[in-house]
Write a protein that binds this ligand. Sequence first.
Ligand SMILES: Cc1ncc(COP(=O)(O)O)c(C=O)c1O
Length: 409
Amino acid sequence: MGAMQQWLREQSTVRARRGTVRNTTARNTTVRNAAAGDSAARDTLLDLASNDYLGLSIDPRLQAAAIDAIGRFGTGARASRVVTGTQPVHAELEAELCRLTGQPAALAFSSGYAANLGILTALGGPGTLIVRDEHCHASLIDGARLSRSPVEVFTHGDLAALDRLLASRSQPRAVVVVESIYSVLGDAADLRETARICAKHDTLLVVDEAHGIGVAGGGRGAVHAAGLAGAEHVVLTATLSKALGAQGGAALGPAALRAHLVNTARSFIFDTGLAPAAAAAAAEACRIIAADPSLAQAVLGNAAIIAHVCGIEQAAGAVQSVPVGRAEDAAQLAVRLEEAGVLVGCFRPPSVPDGISRLRLTARADLAPEQVWHAAGLVAGMVAALEAGTPVPVGGIDAAMHLGRVGAR
Ligand SMILES: Cc1ncc(COP(=O)(O)O)c(C=O)c1O
């Protein structure tokens, strides 16, 4: 066996021992059909693991917009946006993103990951210090690394530490990177105070709104809710693949930032443009969210139920995170819950910054509160049994699915 093959085998054994094996198994999670009374959907899982916070990925209005865009522009963008890949649907999407978030200009990328790589590499370099919160998403960490900037990391949420780092910098420019709602723990950044510190030190603040848009501020995001939309020193990135129910990403801020990204962001220039169907679906999602703040309220209402039933403090966004402890226990509970009909996320090291493994439960606007009560109850029961060392209860989600059929939006 070659050295590489040997190493791959060893790595696989280590993952299995640590309980950190990931897989790409397809799952049948068409919950909306079950909620609508489709008996063929009886066997589907109740999905509390996805990021489709508003249930828009299966909304007929988004599907119609995507199909129409395919008819008009084709199934692919065919080239980089700076060659021939820009279609009118990209301009439409960027305008809708601006309208939703209150930002002056937007640039769509092919993913949120690409947007984060693009903005940090385009703003960074030896003359720019990048200072980021320790809980930042992998795409922000990678963007900072790739930028060739000096990088400082501050303890999660420690704004006094941020202030000190900026005060002692030697670089002429600095960029601070935070998430509006953090992806694992679901807690919110103090954006007003962070922006104030950034202004004091003549620093640009980049806020990743991946988990904020569609959920915070009635759907317009946490930057808008903090009264910072349009502030010259606050820019944001977004994904189109969570609350917006589509695929892709964006960077938003002043027109000068957009122009700089078009000309220098490698993950924009050397990447095929966002597929027209995804752009059209996301544009439609922006219109729906802007017109209906009750969607965001429904997410937070269901999040409150999960937090209450599981006995945890409610996190700021859709994602509620239930500490379990050992990675193997978290993985085992996720499997048992799936057997019982509920799909939950499972965060294990190295994804969890503090090393405590967690079940990750996502509140969705399109689930009936009764469904969420039942599913969260199942989770709470299993976690309690694990903690007490008693047998983990077996039982299905049928009752919840039934109630869902009656009561889902
Ligand atoms: C905070 C954060 N930023 C960026 C991303 C990447 O977005 P995308 O999935 O569109 O690449 C994610 C999601 O995975 C995320 O949670």
